[in-house]
Design a binder for this molecule. Sequence first.
Ligand code: 13P
Length: 252
Amino acid sequence: MNRKLIAGNWKMNGLRADLQTVGDVAAAVSGAAAAPETLLCVPATLLSQAALAAEGSALRIGGQTCHSQQKGAFTGDISAPMLKEAGAAYVIVGHSERRTFHGETDEIVAAQAQSAIGSGLVPIVCVGETPEERSSGQTLTVVAEQLKGSLAGLEPATAFVLAYEPLWAIGTGKVATTAQIAEVHDFVRQFLIGRFGEPGQSVRILYGGSLNPGNAVEILPVSNVDGGLIGGASLKAADFLAIYNTACALQG
Ligand code: 13P
């Protein structure tokens, strides 16, 4: 069994006052090998302060995207080395909101993942289908295509995380059923084994989409679910920690 990863994605939420949440989470999580790993992906403006607030604790801090280049004339963008220097250990790439609102393609996502790895960050590569793709029976085809494109060029032994986030479940309160999650996660696992061999077993596959303290108890034990990528419920320490505690109980 892989060590679970309970990761929060604050998206475009968080001002300095919210660093209290980082401190509260940091104070409550354990670094024991038997406990799940924890991560909060905060806005870039808060990264270095969040890293300070988490210093000395088991909580890791991450970014929400990075540019595919290490530096250059890309106004407004942030590179992987910048995130790393600010204190990030992880970075999300290919989140559906980046794919939708910023036109990020599988090719771009693959380049971002490579850049993250080259800078010593662990990328969390996101995939997931739209409601139309699900209702027309295209889910596995779409996910396979995204996996193929977004993981292009990755070496078998590289540390990375995969996140399955069906678009129709993000921020909607509409959660995928455990059967739907198991089907996609098992499929992703087979893909990873096919692509990377044995190391594909230890790539963690997170579920994301309206995960909350109420449904975590059903979702986290599902086949090949190695943790969660949590949006709304990661903004409050109590909610995030409730999900973490559920994962602790499963891990132990
Ligand atoms: P919600 O948990 O708010 O649905 O967001 C999920 C998500 O997009 C995490 O990356």
